[in-house]
Design a protein around this ligand. Structure first.
Ligand code: NAD
Length: 314
């Protein structure tokens, strides 16, 4: 098969490319805005094209001859969304429109899309099932991803596309370059005596390891054949922020004094509880194999072995 991965130089995309290149030819498109050349897997089946997805005409040429588009490129940062409100519109909504149009032009019908738990907004049902009501949105990121999902399902309806949409909780593992483990490790390397924690430390979050994510994507593609296939992807449980900082402190052999900024949410748009119902993907035979604790340790160890990323991605 000939696959194309947008955002393939990023955390999730590079791991996915590595796995899929074992049996398929892969084209990676990335503008390296938050991705890294160092992440690009070195495999003869992988071709890298540096390109900005806002350039629709270029996409139309590059997409030719591919069978499935894995659309991962995005502004994946939730926290700083309010600093640049146009970014989620451009990098998520418009870019997704360009991807769908380039597919339509080239008669490519299959798309895999990486969505996110924040599309459920300030939902109150936990674990949250795929058919939960989408309550009001509290982040530009969540709102833009919800729009992308709507756009994709409309293309499925209108142009006979087929889609696999995955709503991830926070993903952990090698290549992790943003998120709470990154922040804690980074802060502790700079100052091992004290640490500032956003919120009250009681926020409850589910996580999932990248290896389990990739396995789920492969299983869903093999076994789920609806027009629009939507799956939550998260662990069977969750952990609170205090516990996860404790795991990192123990691993780094540190006992910093903790300071809390206070409040149930760490920042505007932070969801105090994220826990997705994973029954639907489990029905296909998927199970998470790496516990949240193992995932946090693996990620922290990877960051400590790859400190270059802490310097490059601030
Ligand atoms: P990432 O920032 O590491 O990867 C995104 C990649 O897209 C980067 O390599 C970046 O350079 C590229 N990119 C961004 N805009 C582009 C553009 N206009 N043209 C070309 N390339 C562009 O993020 P990630 O964590 O690997 O996330 C991948 C996908 O998964 C995103 O869609 C994200 O929203 C989604 N997701 C991630 C998580 C998580 O915990 N990491 C959770 C839920 C959903």
């Amino acid at each position: 098969m000939k696959y194309l991965i947008t955002g393939g130089a990023g955390f999730i995309g590079s791991n996915l490319a590595q796995e899929l290149s074992k049996k398929n030819n892969i084209t990676i498109i990335d503008n390296l805005s938050t991705g890294f050349r160092e992440f690009l897997p070195k495999h003869r089946n992988i071709k890298f094209i540096r390109c900005d997805l806002l350039d629709k005409n270029k996409l139309i040429k590059i997409f030719k001859g591919h069978e499935i588009i894995f659309h991962l490129a995005a502004n994946a940062d939730i926290r700083f969304g309010l600093d640049h409100p146009k970014k989620d519109l451009e990098q998520n909504a418009i870019v997704t429109f360009n991807v769908l149009e380039a597919m339509r032009f080239n008669k490519i019908k299959k798309i895999v899309f990486t969505s996110t738990a924040p599309v459920y907004g300030m939902n109150k049902i936990f674990p949250t099932p795929e058919n939960a009501k989408m309550t009001y949105q509290n982040s530009l990121y969540g709102a833009s991803k919800l729009y992308c999902e709507g756009l994709i399902s409309s293309y499925c309806e209108g142009y006979n596309f087929q889609s696999w949409i995955f709503r991830f909780v926070s993903v952990l593992g090698p290549g992790y370059s943003h998120g709470h483990v990154f922040d804690f490790v980074n802060k502790l390397l700079k100052n091992s005596k004290k640490i500032k924690i956003l919120g009250d430390g009681k926020q409850k979050k589910s996580y999932i390891h990248i290896f389990d994510v990739i396995n789920a994507i492969k299983i869903a593609l093999q076994k789920s054949d609806q027009k629009v296939n939507i799956f939550n992807l998260g662990h069977n449980n969750y952990i609170n922020v205090n516990k996860s900082i404790k795991i990192i402190e123990t691993l780094m052999n540190l006992k910093p004094k903790r300071f809390y900024t206070g409040g149930k949410s760490g920042w505007v748009g932070d969801l105090p509880f994220v826990f997705l119902d994973n029954k639907k993907i489990k029905k296909l035979g998927w199970r998470p194999k790496i516990t949240i604790e193992q995932g946090i340790k693996h990620t922290a160890n990877w960051l400590l072995d790859n400190k270059w990323i802490l310097r490059k991605r601030k």
